[in-house]
Structures are given as C-alpha cells and as structure tokens.
Design a protein around this ligand. Structure first.
Ligand SMILES: [Zn+2]
Length: 295
C-alpha cells in the first residue's frame, strides 16, 4: 500500500513537472516574435532557403529588414530581394557545395559552419573609415554587407567582399575546435602589430616581405592563420605565385607558415587545401552558366 501511494505521488509529481515545463515553454514565446512570424508571408525564396539551407545544414539565411540586428552605430539598409536570391545561390555554389565535395558529405558544414548568414544591403564603416566587409559573432553568425552593390558576375569582387571573409570566419571555427600547433606562432612571433595593422602595412606589397600574406594577417597569429587559408583557396596558382614573388625576403616566413596551415587542414580535417582550391576555382569558372535569379 505504501509503495502504491508512493508511486501515485511520483506520478503526480511527474505530471506536475510536465505542466510546469510546458507553461515555461509558452511563456518563452514573447509576443513580439509571434506577431513578426504571423505578419511575415512565406515566399518562394523562404521555401527555397528551407530546402537548401535549413533542412540540409541547419543554417538560417536572413535577408529581411526585420532581421537587421547588427551594430546600431551603422546606418543600415536591407538587402534587396534579387541580390539576396543571387547571394544565396552563390554561397551555396561557391562555398557549401565545395566543402561537401571535398569532405564527401554535408556533415562537415552542418557540424561546423556558422548557423546564420545575414545579409545587409548597405556598406558599413569602422571609425577609421575602413569598410567592414563581413563580421562574425562567436562563430554563430556571419554578416555580409553592401550586398545591393555587388556585381554577381565579378569573381574577384565576390572574393574580395564575401568569399574571402566567409572562408576566413569558417577557418576561425575550425582552429577554435582543433587548435593548430604552437610552432606556427613562433615563425613571426615578435612581428604581430595588433590593431595598428592598417597603419603599419598599406597593402600586401608591404606586408608580404615581412612574412604576412595580407596587412590584416599581421594583427595576430589566429588572423594570420585564417588569412593564409582564405587567400590560398580563393587565389589561382598564378595569383598565389605572384604573391610569393612579391614576398621576396619574407618568402621563407610565409611558406613555413603555410606548410603548417596545409598540414593542419590535412591532418586535423582531412581537407587537402589544393583540392579545395581546385574545386573553388572550378565552380567560380562556372558561375557565368548559372541562372542566379531562378529558384
Ligand atoms: Zn578573423
């Protein structure tokens, strides 16, 4: 009898807990988000995003005005619909599909890629007047600016504005997940200049002879590491060779660091950067054949 009473008490307790949990769940939905969801009419692009981004990769692709949740110091304009569709197709084709192909499944992107891509129509500027191309917050979200101005058929511009940034931010997530060896930091250990990277080096012509693939690479070892990845995979072998020529006396430093980067990607992630670059360049060469407006 005692056991039965205890069992009934346990059941009641569990039932009460369920009631409390579901009540909390309902409280958790605040009125704002409910109103926004019901006012938003799902269009063909939203359905395409679910099919191409949300379901396979668990990535949200945000492009609407109401999604603007960036730094309020900037005066921002929403991305227009046509450009948003084009960018969504380009990110899928030039980035997600390429990593899928080199790793052999969608699992790699699904596990490690930032969970949100956020488009903004207008550019944003820092206090020192340099343009912000993209930002990443804690590896969760990538924001791409100036989308309304992008020439979608200009591969060089796409790389400079967006894809270099995307590979850069993604590579941060990778080294934060599996650290690279400390010998990387020793190669140009005393030459990192922190925030004064853009006053120390005005272009790669100045940074390369000091062993940095870009001015920004000179800010810190982690930035150096991911700049080597993002610039390598978005440069043709000819463009890369040109940079190595510019390096001159810094060539030994750049190649020593790149060797560590290359081996890290191969050994930690089973990604051959030469293969990744080959696939990036192959898809870049095909964007002229894509119908970027058709969902
Ligand atoms: Zn960075």
């Amino acid at each position: 009898m005692k056991t039965m009473i205890r069992n009934i008490t346990n059941i009641l307790f569990v039932a009460l807990m369920f009631a409390l949990i579901s009540a909390c769940g309902e409280d958790g939905l605040n009125a704002d988000s409910v109103i926004k969801e019901s006012q938003r009419e799902e269009n063909d692009f939203d359905r395409w995003i679910i099919q191409k981004y949300v379901t396979p990769y668990n990535i949200d692709f945000k492009y609407r005005m109401e999604d603007i949740e960036s730094d309020r110091d900037y005066n921002l304009v929403p991305a227009n619909y046509t450009k948003s569709v084009q960018m969504a197709k380009l990110v899928d084709f030039l980035c997600l599909q390429v990593y899928d192909e080199v790793t052999g499944s969608k699992e790699f992107i699904r596990s490690y890629f930032p969970k949100m891509i956020h488009l903004v129509g207008s550019p944003a500027y820092r206090n020192n007047n340099t343009m912000v191309l993209g930002t990443a917050e804690g590896g969760l979200k990538i924001t791409l600016y100036n989308v309304n101005a992008v020439k979608v058929t200009d591969v060089e511009e796409l790389n400079r504005f967006y894809f270099k940034t995307i590979h850069h931010e993604f590579a941060h997530i990778l080294h934060q997940t599996i650290p690279y060896t400390t010998d990387f930091k020793e190669i140009t250990g005393s030459s990192y200049v922190k925030d004064s990277w853009n006053t120390t080096y005005s272009s790669e012509n100045e940074s390369l002879p000091k062993g940095f693939i870009s001015p920004y690479a000179s800010s810190a070892p982690d930035e150096d590491f991911v700049e080597l990845i993002s610039i390598y995979v978005t440069s043709s072998p000819e463009v890369w060779a040109e940079k190595m020529k510019k390096a001159g006396e810094g060539l030994g430093l750049v190649t020593a660091k790149f060797e560590i980067v290359y081996n890290y990607m191969l050994n930690s992630w089973n990604i051959d950067l030469n293969k990744l670059r080959e696939l990036v360049l192959r898809n870049e060469s095909k964007i002229g054949n894509l119908d970027l407006d058709k969902l």
